[in-house]
Design a protein. Structure first.
Length: 135
């Protein structure tokens, strides 16, 4: 016996999970991703909010992901460049003079997540899953 749930019902169940901190936008983005995965793979995914909570994490930004998952993300995702004065390879700051993160740093974090799992981007943040969604 199976009960079909709507996107809204699944997202609401995630946001009501007291052990998780899903935003409304994040919950909808994740459920829509899982529904698309079902459709693309022609399979049925059982809704399990505990498994979802364990497998996926929501972050406000790529930088929040890096800060939470790496001891020194500035070293991990820093930009190497050749110093024109010395000709030596040096590490550049992850931010520019205005305090904005370099696109290369953000692209490196994004690439890391995509190479090691799933990245779901939505207006308001990201969701990362660092392993194969099929187990």
């Amino acid at each position: 016996m199976k009960t079909e749930m709507t996107t809204y019902e699944c997202a609401k169940a995630l946001t009501n999970d007291e052990c998780a901190a899903w935003t409304r936008a994040g919950a909808f983005a994740l459920i829509e991703y899982l529904e698309q995965l079902e459709e693309d793979c022609e399979m049925s995914i059982e809704f399990d909010p505990v498994a979802i909570r364990c497998d996926y994490s929501e972050y406000e930004s790529l930088i929040d992901f890096a800060e939470e998952n790496f001891m020194n993300y500035r070293e991990e995702f820093g930009i190497e460049y050749e110093n024109p004065m010395t000709g030596e390879i040096e590490d550049q700051s992850v931010t520019d003079c205005d305090g904005n993160f370099h696109d290369e740093v953000l692209d490196s974090i994004k690439e890391y997540i995509q190479d090691n799992g799933v990245l779901i981007e939505f207006d308001g943040g990201i969701i990362a899953h660092e392993s194969n969604p099929f187990g």
